[in-house]
Each structure stands twice: as C-alpha cells, then as structure tokens.
Ligand binder design. Structure first.
Ligand code: CP
Length: 336
C-alpha cells in the first residue's frame, strides 16, 4: 500500500490532485477485486477509526465499519449524543483526544452553515487523518463511489459523457447540498459534461458553482445549468434525480439567524415542484442506454418512480451503493 498519503485528510476531492485521486481509484478497484476473490486485505491491522455521526446513516456508517474490519482494524460507531459533544465539548478537544487514542477520525455533520466548519476545526487540531462522512458542503466518499461506478459502466476515460444531475421532489427531509456539489466539482475534472437542473428556489452554493466551472476548464469537461428538468434529461447518458434543500437560496448568516422562517419558506417552495420526478416519460427523453444513479436513500414515488429505480436495465444504484465500501477502504488504507 502507498505510504505517501498517510496522515492526509479527506474532506473534499478538491483537496486532492487528479493524480492522487487516480491512485485512490486504482486502490479501490484492487480492493474490490480482492473482496470478490476473498483475499485478505489486512492493511490496517489493530488500527482504530473513530466515527462520529451527528445524523443517521446506512451506507456511510456500514461501508466504513465493515471496511475497517476487512482492513484488519476496528471502527468505533459513535454518535454525538452519546459523547461529551452533547455537553458542549469542542471539536478541537474531541479531535486532540481521539488522535491520542487511535489512527483516524471520521465525522458526519450536515447542519447548514456549521458542518464543514466543524470538520475543518477537527482537521486543524487532529494529528491523524480526518475524513468527512458528509457535511453541509461536501460528501466526498459519495463522489468517489459515484465516479467509480461511472468508470465501471462507461470506461476509465468518460470524456464527453453526458451526466444530468436534477433536483427532484422529496418529502422525507430537506436533503443536504453536499451530494450534487461534490459531483459537480469532481465529474468535470474527468472530462464529463454535467447538466444541473433545479427550480430557481433550489440553487447550489455560488462559490461551489464557480469552482465547478474552473474545474471543468482544467479537466476538459463542462458544467451547465437549466431550470427545465425535461430539457436536462434530453440525450443524457446518466441521470441522477436527487432532492436537496433550498439552503443556498439564502445567505448563510441570514439562514442561521432566521432558520425557522427559512425552513417554512423552503417547505412552501418545495410543494410547487411535485412534478419534478424521474419517471418513464423522462427516461425516454434520455439516451437509449441511459443509466440511473442515486446516492440513496431515495424517496420512491417522489424523486423517482419504482418502475425506473427497479428496472435492472436502467438502474445502477446498488452498484453505486456497494462502491461506497471499496472507495471507503481505499481512502482508509491509504491515509491511516
Ligand atoms: N448515500 C449516503 O450517504 O447514504 P447514508 O446516508 O445511508 O450514509
């Protein structure tokens, strides 16, 4: 296993060069092949990862914990409410203490205007690698798994591939901006042409969009926006219908000072766009062999119909979810 990444934080793909990410993908493919061959991959014997979740998780929690076991180490599944964080212990003190006891810290904190700052504070003080398990800005492990899945279906040079990321209606909760934001930053670096569709009240964060344009310029891909879901689906090779909250419609400080009011307005705005669903009609607008991706969990019948997500000729969501394991193992094995 490469040693040059030991101690490197994983907070966003944007902190990693393309060459570094290529090593991560190579490692993930190798680990996947060994997983299926049932070959041992004990690259982190007796090492400990501390995972702190401020929110619920199925894929992230289990890919990290199973991954650590498969690498020969152990992951502590911690929730903030069971730690002294709930009595106000700082990110700094938590990071320093856990650094003294183990070999990696991973954290999910998606509170808007708070999560990324919390992760950055941990990374500043930790002496072991800090990994984002999703915050209010980025979901880097999801981005890796998504791109690995695209590589598997479309080859390792996806230049010119048309990927549509569309906002979609959902009622389960106002989902963070972090999944589409990680995708629009990462995909164009590999030459992918990304179209983002969203109603005007559900934009992505301005500085992330600006960075995505720059990444596209360097990587040879492109980024374009539309407020029309049908238009975005036309000719797409991959469609990713996904809800996100209207957080970026507000200035962060304004949102934090007027949270209840903003949430009420976001809910009212949401109800205007019930027809933003990925269904068979819209799939017919896309390329002939279009693939459906979704980070999951999906709001079935709202973001996407059962007919589409359960169609094995179209849906690759379970491969995408499985690749969370292999990419998580790659980052942990390389950095811890
Ligand atoms: N996609 C994703 O992060 O899933 P979980 O919320 O279940 O971890």
């Amino acid at each position: 296993m490469e040693k040059k990444f030991k101690g490197k934080h994983f907070l966003s793909e944007d902190d990693w060069t393309k060459e570094e990410l290529d090593v991560v993908f190579e490692t993930a493919f190798e680990l996947k092949q060994k997983f299926y061959a049932e070959e041992p991959t004990l690259y982190l014997p007796y090492k400990t990862l501390f995972m702190i979740f401020f929110e619920q998780s199925t894929r992230t929690r289990n890919s990290m914990e199973a991954g650590m076991t498969q690498l020969g180490g152990h992951a502590h599944d911690l929730t903030a409410d069971k730690m002294q964080i709930s009595h106000g212990e700082s990110a700094k003190d938590t990071a320093i203490i856990l650094s003294r006891m183990g070999h990696g810290i991973a954290c999910r904190n998606c509170f808007y205007g708070i999560g990324k700052k919390y992760l950055d504070e941990m990374a500043k003080h930790a002496t072991v690698p800090v990994m984002s398990l999703q915050d209010d800005v980025y979901h880097p492990f999801q981005g890796l798994a998504d791109l690995m899945t695209i590589f598997e279906y479309f080859g390792r040079n996806p230049k010119g591939l048309k990927v549509t990321i569309s906002w979609a209606y959902a009622t389960s909760h106002a989902k963070p901006l972090s999944v589409p934001q990680s995708q629009i930053l990462l995909f164009p670096r590999y030459g992918i042409d990304v179209t983002i569709a969203h109603p005007k009240e559900f934009p992505l964060t301005k500085n992330i969009v600006e960075k995505a344009y720059k990444n596209a310029e360097v990587g040879g891909g492109s980024v374009r926006f539309t407020n029309n879901m049908d238009e975005a689906f036309e000719g797409a090779n991959v469609v990713i219908p996904k809800n996100w909250g209207g957080f970026a419609f507000y200035d962060v400080d304004y949102y934090l000072q007027n949270e209840e009011e903003c949430k009420k307005e976001m809910k009212a705005n949401l109800e205007k766009y019930k027809d933003w669903i990925c269904d068979e009609r819209r799939i017919k607008l896309a390329a002939k062999d279009v693939k459906l991706m979704h980070a999951l969990p999906a709001d079935r019948g709202k973001e996407v119909t059962d007919e589409v997500i359960d169609n094995p000729d179209i849906s690759i969501v379970y491969d995408e979810a499985e690749n969370r394991l292999h990419t998580a193992k790659a980052i942990m094995a390389l950095t811890m």
